[in-house]
Design a protein around this ligand. Structure first.
Ligand code: SAH
Ligand code: SF4
Length: 429
């Protein structure tokens, strides 16, 4: 039997636990953690691995192929469908088998550094990867739904000028485990794993089947930190675990991926993930969009809207959401609204528009449009037959609103830098 310490060598345990990942676009590659990195104690974390990878790990740890397949199927179900982390609680696995698993594997979660609760019910978690990178996730409860805002990267390489996350220096792609781990942590915190028994003796009420009825966490938006289409493979692999009926079993209709406009990846997003698409449009002229969403210099508005028109699965029943942040005297005129309508009609887009009042942060170069301006803009778009609700900012008191995600650690280091700069000034003066 191969022991796992040998496997650790096979998987490169003694190499750095991050490597460079090439990403499309004119930006530098970002580091990404290795998919399978044994921990210091030699055990391998199964979080984020698909059934096939778990099967392979079990086989290379010594199980014959039939056993490896059967055990992987059971363990997969416990991890993703039931949220179980302790092999001892996996009751349909032979008692003698459980210590074998515990010696070699773990089912982890991202570490929680801090959990905050807003006065409006919004919750925010500051999370940490095993190699000490901080990132955030936010849960937003509403009357008829509960939405988890999930991060795809630590920071973001794209530097949209109104976005706090874009000012972070540190960027690393999150792994599938760190992405699906956010959803699993939220289910842990909300106590929302299906209960019931594995031996087929469930009554209906206790059955392990998942339904959204009466649950708090019903929707997922990939709108936390990072550009999900610059971390395509990991986001896809994580969402596949979320959408799998034997995994977290959340319908793709309840998942929305938001992109700033990584045009070359949009078709694959529709084909390989199939979730709802949101596009951060924010401006309707080249000059303004070049300024506030710099990826526009690479993929312009026409190209972007054509990719939206071609997005697989978009229809009147599954419309594309255009996000539009309202910036005073920048993109909020009646002419802007009219141009937005013209573009949506010209490309025959099944669209709705989300108007987001700009959430200011210290040092931000813009102001939010006045409420009257936001209403006038919204009315014009509505009158053209396009839904254009104004999004209410949530969780402002805990910096959880759109575009405010930037880790406390990062803010601290900035504060420290400022203090150092002041001290330097003082010593010079
Ligand atoms: N990178 C992706 C997804 C994360 S950003 C994207 O850009 O689409 C999620 C949404 O928040 C985007 O529409 C983004 O433009 C918006 N946003 C960023 N900063 C904001 C701010 N300060 N105020 C309001 N919305 C903001
Ligand atoms: Fe990145 Fe989105 Fe922020 Fe732009 S708005 S910097 S793409 S997270």
């Amino acid at each position: 039997m191969l022991c796992l310490r040998t496997d650790a060598l096979l998987y490169g345990a003694y190499m750095a636990d991050t490597q460079l990942m090439p990403i499309p676009g004119q930006i530098d590659p970002v580091p990404v953690a290795r998919d399978i990195t044994p921990r210091a104690d030699g055990r391998v974390d199964l979080l984020g691995l698909p059934r096939k990878a778990i099967t392979n790990l079990f086989a290379s740890a010594g199980l014959d192929s039939k056993q490896a397949k059967l055990r992987a199927k059971q363990v997969y179900h416990w991890i993703y469908h039931r949220g179980v982390q302790d092999f001892d609680a996996m009751t349909d696995i032979a008692k003698t088998m459980r210590p074998w698993l515990t010696e070699r594997f773990v089912v982890a979660r991202p570490d929680i550094v801090e959990a905050q609760h807003s006065s409006d019910g919004t919750r925010k978690w500051l999370l940490r990867t095993s190699d000490n990178h901080d990132f955030e996730m936010v849960f937003i409860p509403d009357e008829d739904r509960g939405t988890l805002c999930v991060s795809s990267q630590v920071g973001c390489t794209l530097n949209c000028r109104f976005c706090h996350t874009g000012t972070m220096k540190l960027v690393r792609n999150l792994t599938p485990g760190e992405i699906v781990g956010q959803v699993m942590l939220a289910r842990d915190a909300l106590g929302e794993w299906p209960k019931g028994r594995m031996d087929g003796l469930d009554d209906d009420e206790n059955a392990g089947h998942y339904s959204a009825d009466g649950r708090l966490l019903t929707n997922i938006v990939m709108m936390g930190m990072g550009e999900p289409l610059y971390n395509f493979d990991n986001v896809r692999d994580a969402l596949q675990l979320v959408m799998d009926g034997d995994g977290l079993a959340l319908s793709k209709r309840r998942i929305t991926l938001s992109t700033s406009g990584v045009v070359p990846m949009m078709d694959r997003c529709g084909q390989e993930i199939g979730v709802n698409l949101a596009v951060s449009l924010h401006a309707v002229t080249k000059d303004v969009r070049d300024e506030i969403v710099p990826i526009n210099r690479k993929y312009g508005i026409e190209e972007l809207l054509q990719a939206c028109a071609d997005y697989p699965g978009a229809s009147n029943a599954r419309r594309i959401t255009f996000e539009y942040v309202m910036l005073k005297d920048k993109n909020d005129s009646d002419d802007d609204a009219r141009e937005l309508i013209r573009l949506i009609k010209h490309y025959k887009l099944p669209a709705k528009v989300n108007l987001i009042p700009f959430n200011p942060w210290p040092g931000a170069p813009y102001e939010c449009s006045t409420p009257e301006r936001v209403r006038a803009f919204s009315n014009l778009v509505f009158e053209a037959g396009i839904s254009a609700p104004v999004r209410t900012p949530r969780g402002r008191d805990i910096d959880a609103a759109c575009g405010q995600l930037k880790t406390k650690a990062e803010r601290l280091s900035r504060a420290e830098l400022d203090r150092l700069a002041e001290e330097k000034q003082a010593s010079l003066g």
